[in-house]
Design a protein around this ligand. Structure first.
Ligand SMILES: Cc1cc2nc3c(=O)[nH]c(=O)nc-3n(C[C@H](O)[C@H](O)[C@H](O)COP(=O)(O)OP(=O)(O)OC[C@H]3O[C@@H](n4cnc5c(N)ncnc54)[C@H](O)[C@@H]3O)c2cc1C
Length: 445
């Protein structure tokens, strides 16, 4: 039996970034929404550990936040980052702009702050109730109940992140497939406090994402509005230079002295942070199907967790919410068709960003240091100026545009071939045959 689409009650498991945003979209459509969240209310307890303290918000995420009318409240919380500030091993700095135009920046935002703002906005709709401290560990599809609470649902949506319990229940019931691809690298959050204990502002350039690229691994830092930076060390899990090898404060300091020397004076709590904070695990998760009949769906990281190197996991999850909302436009469409349509539209795109995020790790930790990278970046910007709207650097298509990710990936691959062809023997953009570039672009893009 199909549940009529007019069903008033939707249960969301997980009131993180996707869950709290989706609740607002659903409330705007007139649904009553219950959010079940295992953590305590972050507005009362502050951030709870385990995930990144701040994140990069880009155009796709902003488009969704604008759509639901909260962007005016989010904007004061943002710190624009205009490019990557590279720190080499001698401590020299070099800024590589992200985009070609002044507005092409990404924004550092507090995860807890954004989550709190979205929870406030969800509750303000008066159609959303959030129950904190509720861990869901299974689903009784026969009786349409969430377990162990025995809470009845009409429609259930899992926004419960990369270790999703709703996904596990759907896959068990459907005999579906789970593909977990560990990266073999983990991460550790560290910190750079504000200058002079808080009153003195930022200890490094504020409007940049700092990177210490070191080939097989890297350190990055994103600014926070209190003047601090959240620093993340990405490192292989096993091997000579790995988390396994860093078992003592001496070993941590030795690695930093060897490879990240200019960061040490900025990090007075380096070894304390290192041993107090957990080591995070990184993987790509794909699963199928995303839904079960007319009952349940997963969305956000629960459906497609990706590695964080393109800064797109949250942005993709927000884009999911907007895409799902569009699937609800026809009020007579049954839920099973809504779910199927959502999966059909989104899967090629979430697969594409999963691949591009993996590729971006190599770019951030290694390729970014090579002269050829800079040459291709310069040439990309020149070609974008010559062919606006036609040649758009792939990074810009992902971060500053909202075209489908799969389209950005497809066009990006063609552009990469064109760039390889044009830069074969060139050492600067002046050496490039731009007439040939124009011909290649006209033929291939
Ligand atoms: C180190 C790191 C850096 C990142 N940086 C960026 C970035 O710069 N930009 C970007 O766009 N993305 C970034 N991401 C990705 C981003 O964090 C995720 O894509 C995003 O949080 C996904 O949102 P979500 O709501 O789907 O999942 P989550 O944010 O994980 O939220 C899931 C929620 O469900 C709750 N929950 C889980 N299980 C249960 C259960 N069984 N019962 C009840 N509740 C449950 C959790 O407590 C949580 O509140 C980063 C990720 C990491 C790890």
């Amino acid at each position: 039996m199909k549940t009529p689409r007019s069903t008033p009650e939707i249960t969301l498991v997980g009131a993180g970034l996707a869950g709290s945003l989706l609740a607002i979209y659903l409330a705007r459509r007139g649904f009553r929404v219950t959010l079940l969240e295992r953590r305590p209310d972050p507005r009362k307890t502050g951030a709870s550990g385990g995930r990144s303290i701040n994140l990069a918000l880009a155009n796709r995420g902003i488009a969704a936040l604008e759509e639901i009318g909260v962007m005016a409240r989010v904007r004061p919380e943002l710190i624009p980052m205009a490019g990557r500030m590279l720190h080499d091993e001698e401590g020299r700095l070099k800024l590589i702009p992200y985009g070609n135009k002044p507005h092409e920046v990404i924004h550092s935002v507090s995860r807890a702050g954004l989550n709190a703002l979205l929870l406030d906005a969800a509750e303000a709709t008066r159609r959303v109730s959030v129950r904190f401290g509720e861990t869901v560990d299974g689903v009784d599809f026969t009786r349409r109940r969430v377990l162990p609470q025995q809470a009845p649902y009409d429609v259930l949506i899992g926004t419960d992140g990369s270790a999703s319990a709703v996904r596990a229940a759907i896959l068990e019931r459907t005999g579906g497939r789970l593909d977990e691809e560990p990266l073999g690298h983990g991460y550790k959050e560290l910190s750079i406090p504000p200058a002079d204990g808080g009153g003195g502002g930022f200890r490094m350039e504020k409007n940049a994402l700092h990177i210490w690229p070191r080939g097989e691994y890297m350190l990055i830092a994103l600014p926070n509005i209190d003047g601090s930076f959240t620093v993340t060390l990405f490192l292989p899990t096993h091997g000579d230079e790995s988390f396994d090898a860093l078992t003592t404060p001496m070993a941590v300091l030795a690695l930093f002295e060897r490879r990240f020397a200019d960061a040490i004076p900025l990090m007075p709590r380096l070894t304390e942070d290192f041993f107090e904070n957990p080591t995070g695990h990184l993987e790509t998760i794909r699963c199928a199907p995303w839904s079960f009949e007319d009952q349940a769906l997963v969305l956000g990281d629960a459906a497609h967790a990706i590695v964080p190197f393109h800064g797109q996991g949250m942005n993709a999850a927000f884009e999911d919410c907007s895409a799902f909302d569009r699937c609800l436009e026809d009020p007579d469409r049954p839920w099973n068709e809504v779910f199927a349509e959502f999966e059909r539209r989104r899967r090629p795109n979430t697969d594409a960003i999963a691949d591009m995020a993996l590729e971006n790790y190599v770019e951030m930790r290694s390729t970014v240091r090579e002269p050829k990278f800079q040459l291709k970046k310069d040439l990309s910007f020149r070609l974008e100026e010559r062919h606006p709207g036609r040649f758009i650097p792939r990074y810009s298509m992902v971060m500053f545009h909202t075209m489908p990710y799969a389209e950005a990936q497809r066009r990006g691959a063609i552009q990469e071939e064109i760039l390889d062809d044009l830069t074969g023997r060139a050492s600067s953009v002046d050496d490039v045959d731009l007439a040939r570039a124009d011909r290649l672009i006209a033929e291939r893009l």
